[in-house]
Structures are given as C-alpha cells and as structure tokens.
Design a protein around this ligand. Sequence first.
Ligand code: FAD
Length: 440
Amino acid sequence: MVAMKIAIIGAGPTGLVAAHELLKTGASVTIFEGEGDVGGLVRMVPSEGEPLEAFYHHIFTSDGAVPELAEEMGLQDRLRWYKPSNALFVRGKLRPFTTPGDLLRLDALSLMDRVRFGLFVLRAQRRRHWGELEGITARQWVEKEAGRAVYEVLWHPLLRSKFGEHADDIGATWLWNKIKLRSSSRGAHQHQEMLGYMDGGFGLLYETLAEDLRRRGGQIRLSCPVKRVDRAFEGGLRVTTPEGEERFDRLLATCSPAALAELAPGLPEDFRHRLTALRHMANLCLLMECDASLSSYYWISVAEERCPFVAVVEHTNLLPSSRYGGRHVIYLSRYIDPEDPLFRASSSEVEAVFLDALEGLFPAWSRDSVRRSRLFRARDAQPVAVRGYDALRPPHATPWPEVTLAAMAQIFPEDRGQNYALRMGRRAPELMGLAGGGAS
Ligand SMILES: Cc1cc2nc3c(=O)[nH]c(=O)nc-3n(C[C@H](O)[C@H](O)[C@H](O)COP(=O)(O)OP(=O)(O)OC[C@H]3O[C@@H](n4cnc5c(N)ncnc54)[C@H](O)[C@@H]3O)c2cc1C
C-alpha cells in the first residue's frame, strides 16, 4: 500500500511532535521550515558557553508534556528545577515580588488595596470554571473584584506592555489562566515557585527530536518556506516552495491562522476572514551577554507606562553565569504591534531605545558592560486573547478536508507555551482524522 503523503508547515515544537506521531501511523512526512534551524520560537543561538534560546524560555511544574518528551528523547536528566526570584518595577521602584510577604510590602498600593489584590489572586487561584469570565474583560473583572487602583497601578501597565492598545479588551479568562499557572508551579514546598530549564537549552530537545525523525524517514526541509497551498484537480494538494511544487495528500499547518489564510487564497472567503480576524502581538527580544549583572532577580516585570520593554529576564540569576563563559545573560522583551515602526526599525535603533530605558531604571549599570547583543524578532509571538476569544478561535478542521490547522492561537483557555504546543502536536493524527476519531 502507498503511504499517505503528509506535509507539515513549521518545525517548531508543534510541527516536530506532530511529525513524531504521524510517522507512527505509517505516513510519509515532510516538514517545511522557513528558518535555517528547527525549534521555532525555541530555537537556539551560540553564546560564549552553552547555547542560548533566542527568546527566553522556562517551564512550570504543571507543564507535563515537556518532561514527557524529554524522557522519550533520553534527556530527562538534563531537565532541572530552580527557585526563581521575581520583582516588579512599578512607580519608579524595583520591588521584590516572589512571596506573599512581598505583596504585603508593596507600597505602590494602599494597605487596603494590597489586601483586596491578595484576596482577588486567592479567589482566582481557587476558581475552577471560566465560562462566565468569557463575557467580561480583565479590566471589568479586576475593577469589580479588587478595585480600580489595583487595575490602574498593577494590571493595566502589565497588560498594556503585553497587548498594547488591546490591553483593555483582553478577556478575564486570559488573566485568570495566567494567575492560576504561576501559582500552580510549585515544588514540594508549596510556597516556593519552581521553574524548569534544560541543560543546554530547550532547543536541544527539539534538535534531538528532529534527528530522531530523520532517522525514522521523516524529511525536514530547512530554509524552505511554503509559499502557496492549492487543491489539486487530481485530488490532494499542491504545496509550492522556492524548491518547486509538490503533491501531498494532507497538510498540517502550524503557522498562524492569518499566515494560512495568505498561503491558501483558495480557501472559502468567510473562513479566511475568520483566520485573519485573530490578531497577534509581535515580539522584540534583545539578548545581551554582559560583564555586569543588573540585579539579583531572574524575572522583573516592568509596570511602567513609558518603558519600551515589559520584562527583564536575567537568565544567569536562574542558572550560573559560569555556563556562559562567566557572562551575565540578560533578555529585554517587548511585545509590539507588528505594524509599529519600532518593529521594523534597525537592530541598533531598537537597542539604543532599550538601553536608554534600562540605564534609566538601573543607574548603577552601564551599557559599557555589554559584550555581545543580538536582537530577535517574532511576528506572531502572542495571540491577543480578547473577551469572548473562545468563540473566535477557528476549529482545527478547515473547509478543505485535506488541510488541518494546529496553531498557537487555537490554544485556550491556556496561553501559548511549549507544553500546550506539544499537547496539540501529539493530537495531530486525531485532529487530521487519521486515528479513528474525526477532526474537531
Ligand atoms: C518571547 C517569548 C517567550 C516565551 N517564553 C516561553 C516560556 O518561557 N516557556 C514556554 O513554554 N513557552 C514560551 N514561549 C512560547 C513558545 O515559544 C511557543 O508556545 C512555542 O514555540 C509554540 O510552538 P509552535 O510550534 O506552535 O510555534 P512556533 O515555535 O512559532 O513554530 C512555528 C514554525 O513555523 C514556521 N513557519 C511559519 N510559516 C511558515 C511557512 N510559510 N513555511 C515554513 N515554515 C513556516 C516558523 O518559522 C516556525 O519555525 C515564549 C514565546 C515568546 C515569543
């Protein structure tokens, strides 16, 4: 019997693990990847020591799909758990934000508002169902349950720096899930948050999986972006890349919904409209290897309206700097509308804007300590989960039975993350109707 020919768009976590499962069904699988490496947003770049993610990554203790894959790839001993220290930059001051005691000392809010904030978080953590949150925005929810000051001082600047002008439209469900996730990542000592990181970086997991796929006959075509997908008269699909046109029986697209709408102009107009209606924020991520540390914190959320970045992630406050040639590894992250001119500005322009602000926040630190810096851009980095998002998500099945969509933007109520990408990719045979069940 001739094996079914399946094309996958994207060699990120979703596409790679989907290929892993689809090969088990006996199909012939080809992954097309536009970039020169596998891993998608989790791809690695060289450093003075061990490789680093282009975009910072860690996992939570509840992210079971990552350890599961690590075990399958024989990498379980490389996954280690660390105690992060977190802080919040708000109202011109850096404030520790790791323990409940830190919250009680958060003098950017009145004592009454701190109590209301604490109770709001506790209630959110205990909440089981999110159905009734779908009809309201995060703003409406926080203002009702914790008061206006809590929203204005804490949540609004954070939501604004992640979602820009969409901040006030973000659904309460998204915020609820974020609060739940952070509080569920606990070790044996329930009061301490634990974060996981893989020795050598998470990219190692995906590079190892890619090697395994190749060994089993899967093809991975790097630097080979899919340019167009059409239905073929003779049945199946024609997939066009710079290398030419090829026929496939089925296609799994792990790119964004809007990207699929562009690649497949023959899809019915109303469905394409549904795909393009989902918006994403882009991300600008400055990776710096420095002589000097900024602070003792791993993660600093910046809740300052005018700051051009939302998070300062000092990776070497989670892992020792000796892993990276003694250098301090610092990421500055900014979510941005992909149409914003800053997203298209040159790397040196973006870096200058970021470093001006960073020196303003940390006057004792100087850009002279930066030994190497690289700016990475991702266009579809964060789905904008507005109120009522559940109903806006397109289904995995498309009007073309040969084409299935498995995109980050379809993950809900959870936010994007490797764990959910892997869970979705694992379901590829089922989503494509190749495992007895139908596509949903
Ligand atoms: C700044 C940032 C920080 C993050 N931090 C964390 C974290 O700490 N922990 C965590 O678990 N997750 C984190 N994530 C999320 C995580 O990276 C994603 O959930 C995960 O990478 C999604 O995997 P994916 O395969 O669905 O998509 P992607 O990783 O985006 O992969 C999609 C792939 O498709 C390719 N592609 C797109 N169009 C085409 C085309 N036409 N032809 C060929 N190839 C194409 C792309 O090049 C890409 O390689 C972070 C993301 C960002 C942006």
